[in-house]
Design a protein around this ligand. Structure first.
Ligand SMILES: Nc1ncnc2c1ncn2[C@@H]1O[C@H](COP(=O)(O)OP(=O)(O)O)[C@@H](O)[C@H]1O
Ligand SMILES: [Mg+2]
Length: 242
């Protein structure tokens, strides 16, 4: 990882994944002007998909959710550069890539100081041809093996000691080969030690949240999800090598 620092901003980047223009890479207008916008997706804000010289990428500006987010949309309290949302997600993704979990490779992250606050952005590898589980399950059911592979990925995430505090089915993608990808690691973190007694607690609460998300989307948009049967398959993947 390389770092570019000025008095107002810091950029962290992987020099093997972005070789120039890293300072402009966080500006959607830069990509628009060059005709290199591939598309976009709506979440809390807009994620822009852009074609860098090396790989297709997803550009996200950090935005708050909830009521507080309506007032202070994209400013976060500054403590230190290494405690910014973008740096923390960049590092976590690097850790997960090393651990062999299917997550987008982090390309670059930026934090910009605004008086007492900061704003943040991140550029990650775009998962080509991927859709999130909510979208997919609205049109088709999934094979038991796919549920198993979702369980396997979550298990790998947990074996890497990472707590995904927003593990819902919007944040699980499948590509054209049904390969499972986990995304959206804002505010997620590494649990301190594998020796801690609270190991079971956080892992279980990730899984509980995911289960609630399946039920929620079933009510909301009638996803084609087979409740117990499909959940058991997912858990069988999660518990595979026990
Ligand atoms: N690296 C990526 N590759 C492909 N699609 C992505 C990627 N990152 C985000 N997306 C798409 O953008 C949506 C929103 O991104 P996400 O990181 O979940 O942010 P948020 O939920 O905070 O808005 C996702 O549901 C997904 O459809
Ligand atoms: Mg999300």
């Amino acid at each position: 990882m390389k770092t570019l620092k000025s008095y107002k901003h810091v950029i962290w980047f992987d020099e093997t994944l972005i070789d120039h223009c890293v300072e402009q890479a966080f500006d959607p207008d830069y990509w628009h002007a060059q005709n290199k916008v591939l598309g976009s997706a709506e979440g809390r804000g807009t994620t822009w998909f852009v074609q860098t010289d090396i790989l297709p990428a997803a550009l996200r500006h950090y935005k708050r959710g909830g009521l507080f987010g309506k007032l202070i949309k994209d400013h976060y309290w500054f403590i230190q550069w290494h405690k910014t949302r973008s740096f923390e997600e960049f590092q976590l993704l690097q850790h997960l890539v090393k651990a062999g979990v299917n997550v987008p490779k982090p390309i670059a992250a930026r934090a910009v100081k605004r008086t007492l606050c900061y704003q943040a952005d991140i550029l990650t590898q775009k998962i080509e041809g991927a859709q999130d589980l909510v979208t997919i399950l609205q049109s088709r059911t999934l094979e038991p093996e796919v549920y198993q592979s979702i369980g396997v990925q979550i298990r790998q995430l947990h074996d890497a000691n990472v707590n995904h505090t927003d593990l819902n089915i919007h944040n699980i993608l499948l590509d054209r080969d049904n390969k499972v990808w986990l995304i959206d690691f804002d505010k997620c973190y590494r649990e301190r030690s594998e020796m801690e007694i609270n190991q079971v607690g956080w892992k279980k609460s990730n899984l509980d949240r995911l289960l609630r998300s399946f039920y929620k989307e079933k009510r909301k948009v009638s996803i084609k999800w087979g409740e117990h049967r499909d959940w058991e398959m997912l858990l069988s993947g999660y518990n595979k090598n026990l």
